[in-house]
Ligand binder design. Structure first.
Ligand SMILES: [Zn+2]
Length: 278
């Protein structure tokens, strides 16, 4: 009798242990997934593959770097333009391009707990205006969509499209939403998607040049513009200062070195270019 009674007790203990483990690990996984959904970065669990073949494309670069070329830069946050394409913007300015910038979010990092979003947003927008003035932007538009939560919908597409209609650019420089780096900010991807959809609707846009891409087909030598780009990065004091600024400069510099290798120069910035109209 005793032996018969003992067996189910052992089984019950084991079942309880497994149930507890399942609850703990399940809770942990749910917590991790919840954190992933809350934070604004995106990871491709299945890596994207660049298109094959991916031949070089010249986006009428003679026209792009000619005085009077109309260029719209579309980013997600204050500091994106200086971080990703500060060298090219400096070069375009020196060559006499007419440049405009559209920043999709308000840059307040409002999703961070314990922060002061309004004050931070104001500082970052002011830093962006200062930096854009250095590379010669005639106008900086902040569309004011929530930082970290940029979405692609009729409202956001319409906002970008109406700015492009006003600006009438020939060239749009924007993030690559289709071939973003495997681990990248979701706002960058969404800003790239928005730029692409809106630019296709505006006939003045002849070329779309996408930066922060894993599928580049064009690169610009920015060796001579490197010091200017570093100075632009330093203008974003609320984001990059001291050791962090040095770390950021090294990161941007090593990306530029890798892009430079593609075209046999010291430093470059690369793009995925597509002709849209004309
Ligand atoms: Zn950004």
């Amino acid at each position: 009798m005793n032996l018969r009674a003992a067996k189910p007790v052992v089984l019950n203990v084991s079942a309880k242990k497994w149930r507890r483990r399942a609850l703990v690990y399940g809770g942990l996984l749910a917590g991790l997934w919840g954190f992933y959904v809350w934070q604004p970065w995106e990871f491709d669990f299945v890596p994207r593959q660049p298109p094959l073949p991916n031949p070089p494309v010249d986006p009428d670069s003679g026209r792009l770097f000619l005085k009077g070329a109309r260029v719209a830069v579309i980013t997600a946050h204050p500091d994106d333009s200086e971080f990703y394409i500060g060298g090219v913007l400096t070069k375009l300015h020196a060559d006499g391009a007419e440049m405009y910038e559209i920043v999709c979010t308000d840059g307040d990092k409002g999703y961070y707990p314990f922060s002061h979003p309004e004050a931070l947003g104001e500082v970052r927008r002011s830093e962006q205006r200062n930096a854009a003035a250095v590379w010669g932007a005639r106008q900086v538009d902040f569309l004011g969509f929530p930082d970290g939560r940029l979405r692609v919908n009729d409202e956001t597409i319409g906002a970008v499209e109406s700015r492009l209609e006003q600006i009438q650019p020939e060239y749009v420089l924007a993030f690559d939403g289709d071939y973003a780096p495997r681990f990248s900010h979701q706002d960058h991807r969404r800003a790239g998607d928005l730029a692409q959809i809106a630019a296709r609707r505006v006939p003045s846009v002849k070329w779309l040049l996408r930066f922060s891409t894993i599928a580049p087909n064009y690169a610009v030598d920015i060796t001579d513009e490197w010091d200017a780009q570093k100075a632009l990065l330093a203008l974003h004091r609320s984001q990059f200062s001291g050791d962090h600024l040095t770390w950021i400069e090294n990161m941007v510099g090593s990306n530029a070195e890798a892009d430079g290798e593609r075209i046999g120069v010291d430093l470059a910035e690369s793009f995925r270019c597509s002709r849209l109209h004309g």
